[in-house]
Ligand binder design. Structure first.
Ligand SMILES: [Zn+2]
Length: 399
């Protein structure tokens, strides 16, 4: 009898503990523009959103690129503060280059400032896992999720989902409570064919089918009602007009400078005299672009407090591209992103559901830097103190 009571007490506490311990799954569909949900192609995502929370859009941080924003989402920091100020970064002090195509650079912890959510969670005893996320593969063990997979675009999308399901099926003490998933389909097709192409419509459908597949799998293992799912994208996408590409090379034949061109921005560093010359020349020729000293960049971009940003920065006006070698934009891509994060074309999606979230709730635009403190709140962990995100700006979507 005593044994039976003890068993009941043991079972009760264990089950209570299991139910009380929250789980968050963060899914990114790269380059999934905010309005892709309005095309009638996403029954699974829309139905999930209608039961939980849907924001009109998710505002990225500047620049609205893949690495900067995925890392803003998991750190709550603007790129100027987490250090990943672009997909390609030149460090003029050490003459080193960060590039998302360079596996040594993307795994080098020295580029990544701040603290990702998995680091915060691990430190507080919560197991984490990632089936891809920028910044999840660092060579420092304690700065990575407990379980992670090095990025490999050849791993089929469904296999990524199946692996996450396997993690969720692990015994309780080995099961991660925070998991990321990443799919690049919409970004790839967006660049190659443009956001209004049939190929992007197909990519949107692929994403929605994958989401449906994931929900089905969660249901099969009886997890669907107990996990919190947040679906985001890092940025949107906008078409390039081939006759609206500004070629700056003719202005830049000035002394010793190094200019890096990204389409949405040209960053220029060099010695003091050359920098002054190049600034003056560009200023006199401002036409469909604006030139700034780093510290004079518009405050709402939150993009000046990092020494790796060039001393002179050129930004295009809406609809234009700034380049040094314009051929890249004329021939290779149909659409791009990275521009002013306030432009709606740059906005992504945010939908969420699960026990932590309000139901049938639609809200306005959310900021991606607020997601880190939101996840900390759901997981009952203490966020890092000095972050840019503010829990007050987003916690109203929770129950
Ligand atoms: Zn992206």
């Amino acid at each position: 009898m005593k044994f039976a009571i003890r068993l009941i007490i043991f079972y009760f506490f264990n089950v209570t503990f299991v139910l009380a311990s929250p789980c968050v799954i963060l899914i990114s569909f790269d380059g999934f523009r905010w309005d892709y949900l309005n095309r009638g192609l996403t029954p699974n995502l829309v139905s999930f959103a209608s039961k939980g929370v849907r924001a009109i859009s998710l505002e990225p941080s500047f620049p609205s690129g893949t690495f900067p924003n995925h890392y803003s989402i998991v750190t709550g920091l603007y790129p100027e503060n987490h250090g990943i100020i672009g997909n390609h970064i030149f460090n003029p002090f050490y003459k080193t280059v960060f590039s998302l195509r360079d596996s040594n650079a993307v795994t080098d912890p020295r580029w990544y400032l701040g603290e990702a959510i998995w680091e915060t969670a691990r430190r507080q005893g919560i197991l984490t896992a990632s089936f891809f996320w920028p910044g999840s593969e660092l060579t420092l063990e304690y700065r990575r999720p407990d379980y992670f997979v090095p990025f490999n675009s050849k791993i089929p999308y469904k296999k990524r989902i199946d692996s996450v399901i396997q993690w969720l099926k692990l015994p309780y003490e080995k099961r991660p409570k925070f998991i990321t998933l990443y799919f690049e389909e919409t970004d790839k097709k967006g660049h190659d064919f443009g956001p209004n192409s049939p190929q992007v419509d197909s990519a949107i459908k692929i994403c929605d089918n994958l989401f449906g597949y994931f929900l089905e799998k969660l249901k099969n293992i009886q997890f669907l009602d107990s996990v919190n799912i947040i679906v985001v994208s890092d940025h949107g996408m906008t078409e390039i007009h081939p006759n609206q590409i500004i070629n700056l090379s003719k202005f830049l034949q000035v002394g010793e400078i190094k200019a890096n061109s990204y389409g949405y921005l040209v960053s220029i560093s060099g010695n003091k005299d050359s920098i002054s010359k190049v600034y003056n020349i560009l200023k006199q020729n401002e036409n469909n672009f604006n030139v700034y000293r780093r510290n004079d960049l518009p405050k709402n971009l939150n993009f000046s407090q990092n020494p790796l940003i060039g001393e002179v920065v050129v930004l295009p006006e809406f609809g234009w591209i700034v380049a040094i070698d314009s051929s890249e934009y004329t021939y290779k891509v149909k659409a791009t992103h990275g521009f002013d994060n306030h432009w709606l074309d740059m906005h992504g999606v945010f939908i969420a559901g699960g026990p932590a979230f309000k139901q049938n709730y639609t809200t306005g635009t959310l900021r991606n830097i607020d997601i880190y403190p939101l996840i900390c709140k759901i997981l009952n962990i203490v966020p890092r103190q000095n972050i840019d995100g503010k829990i007050e700006c987003i916690e109203y979507i929770l129950r």
